[in-house]
Write a protein that binds this ligand. Sequence first.
Ligand SMILES: CC(C)(COP(=O)(O)OP(=O)(O)OC[C@H]1O[C@@H](n2cnc3c(N)ncnc32)[C@H](O)[C@@H]1OP(=O)(O)O)[C@@H](O)C(=O)NCCC(=O)NCCS
Length: 179
Amino acid sequence: MPHWNFTIRHAKLEDSGELFDLVRAIEDISPYLLDELREMNLGRSAFTARLGRLLASPNSTVVVAEIAVHDTPRLCGYLFAVGGHISGISHCVRVNGMGVLPDFRHQGVGLDILKFLEKWARDAGLVRLDLNVALGNKAAREMYLKAGFETEGVLRGAYQFNGSIQDGWIMSKILANGQ
Ligand SMILES: CC(C)(COP(=O)(O)OP(=O)(O)OC[C@H]1O[C@@H](n2cnc3c(N)ncnc32)[C@H](O)[C@@H]1OP(=O)(O)O)[C@@H](O)C(=O)NCCC(=O)NCCS
């Protein structure tokens, strides 16, 4: 498998079309991702509006991984980070969707996206990163553990995949107090 040089950066509004295709492609093939774009029938303009809202918010962001294929940049990974919407939870950020295209997995892209997220959150004075992950999603859980997330508890019966109910984990990382 070739090893790629990739860049991790915040998404820009101009990425919207390519990011939409990327999220849809990864949601379509990932058994433990909720198929949000298709099921919610979220079209390109609604997606662009959502991206714009996240990028304009001081405690939210969208992170992308980009590689150069024959000198042409191409997105291969993403993460949506959504900050709390009112003051009592504005220090909290929820990882609300993350994925890497299969051809670029196992090369540290996922972990680098999480490192980028963490640095951005620390610089912004944010305190808590959290996320939910389905029990069967061993790859994602291992990655989050490696990135320093800890398991807070079990989300009983939180997911339904192909008609079968499954628990999830809630995981978090606290950034304050030098942790
Ligand atoms: C989860 C996902 C984002 C990982 O992306 P990635 O770029 O391959 O991750 P990394 O290469 O940074 O791997 C980091 C660590 O995670 C763990 N990991 C990654 N893939 C794994 C797998 N298939 N099985 C077990 N552990 C795995 C390993 O500990 C790995 O460290 P190592 O390479 O030193 O062994 C990717 O598999 C994916 O897009 N999955 C589908 C979407 C999804 O499930 N998103 C998360 C929703 S909560």
